[in-house]
Design a protein around this ligand. Structure first.
Ligand code: DAV
Length: 371
């Protein structure tokens, strides 16, 4: 049955079928959280974020909200339904019997927290203490979907304890240096241990029957095993991108655009031994274009490769950040219609166009692309 704007239905099996209903994050009350193990490991040693924490400056929050609101309005004008989270108070500390941190993170980006697989939305465990309660920003929407869609499955992965046993202390010593980090990443020695299942939703890409999951700082092997047991009808594949010294989230590294075509970050190429399922099914993996910028904007956790963090609206249409001229040009050559979206001043809040959204409904069903 065709999608209708008057009826809430949760369903999305992949990253590219026609998007009808989406969540767009908000920058409200976003904080730079205090130091904690897994977050520290992600912040480069020369970053302007070292040693800073507290509420983000109001003018940056206002500017990011302006861009996110414009993005939401543009999507609505194209006929999509757009929902927004309800910000909790992120200045409050997060305390459990196992840990304490003095502030939280924000209600950006939703892609990190919510994983939509078919008729289910799954709240990820998360692996940063400051993000432990982040799902609360989305609970009003989850309740609404639960009330309005009789087939919606609202799930939450087991909350992790996040004691010190979850983190390798080696990663926390100052000035490890990029070379050492690259070596550790190649050896699959990450900041998180295998104490308990951990994953962020943004480490997972959905290809119908297949889920491709990055093993890195924010997702450990137990987290991937948990996903495998949780989705018994799926094949779950573990991937690594050894060229990334700060491996969190797959969506600035590996970007499917449509069946048969994936962009791969040329500094973080998928190793040969992990390409088989794509190659034997005639999927093309092409190097993404270079980012247009030499450095991320101020107070930003992410790398310049947010250039390839795009939102696919349908297999022929893609939203690309408006300053990413090389990425837009490449999309055009690949036969995509490009919608430029101004978002760079919101990057600091946790990412680009894919990050700042979460799927609620895409057309299409669960297909087997790798038979
Ligand atoms: O390249 O810094 C950013 C991913 C955000 N979800 C990077 C990864």
């Amino acid at each position: 049955m065709a999608w209708s704007a008057d009826k809430t239905e949760v369903k999305s099996w992949n990253e590219w079928d026609t998007l009808r209903h989406v969540i767009v994050g908000r920058a409200d009350d976003c904080h730079i959280p205090p130091e904690e193990p897994a977050l520290d490991a992600k912040v480069p040693e020369d970053s302007d974020m070292r040693g800073q924490w507290g509420r983000r400056p109001q003018e940056t929050i206002d500017r990011a909200n302006e861009l996110l609101n414009n993005f939401a309005t543009m999507l609505e004008k194209r006929g999509l339904r757009v929902d927004r989270p309800h910000s909790i108070d992120h200045s409050l500390p997060a305390t459990t019997p196992d840990f304490h941190t003095d502030s939280q993170f924000g209600c950006m980006p939703p892609r990190d927290v919510l994983l939509t697989v078919g008729r289910e939305m799954l709240e990820a465990t998360m692996s940063y203490r400051c993000r432990w309660f982040e799902y609360l920003n989305y609970r009003p929407l989850m309740q609404q979907y639960f009330n309005e869609d009789p087939l919606f499955r609202h799930e939450s992965a087991p909350k992790p304890r996040l004691t010190d046993a979850d983190y390798h202390p080696d990663y926390l010593s100052e000035k490890i240096g990029v070379e050492k980090r690259l070596q550790w990443a190649a050896e699959k020695f990450f900041v998180t241990t295998e104490e308990e299942p951990l994953f962020d939703a943004a480490d997972v890409l959905r290809f119908g029957r297949d889920l491709v999951v990055q093993h890195g700082f924010t997702t450990n092997l137990k987290g991937i095993e948990w996903l495998r047991r949780h989705f018994p009808d799926h094949r779950v594949h573990t991937v690594n991108f050894p060229g990334d010294p700060y491996p969190i989230h797959i969506d600035a590294t590996f970007t499917p655009l449509r069946p048969g075509l994936i962009l791969n970050n040329p500094q973080r190429r998928l190793p040969e031994d992990q390409r088989k399922m794509f190659e034997t099914n005639d999927w093309e993996i092409v190097d993404a274009a270079q980012p247009a910028h030499n450095a991320p904007p101020p107070l930003c956790y992410s790398s310049t490769w947010l250039s390839m963090n795009v939102l696919v609206l349908d297999p022929k249409t893609v939203c690309v950040e408006a300053s990413e001229v090389y990425q837009m040009e490449q999309m055009d050559k690949l036969g995509m219609n490009v919608i430029p979206v101004d978002l760079r001043d919101a990057y600091a809040f946790g990412g680009g166009l894919h990050c700042c959204t979460a799927d609620v409904y895409r057309d299409g069903d669960c297909e087997d692309y790798f038979p």
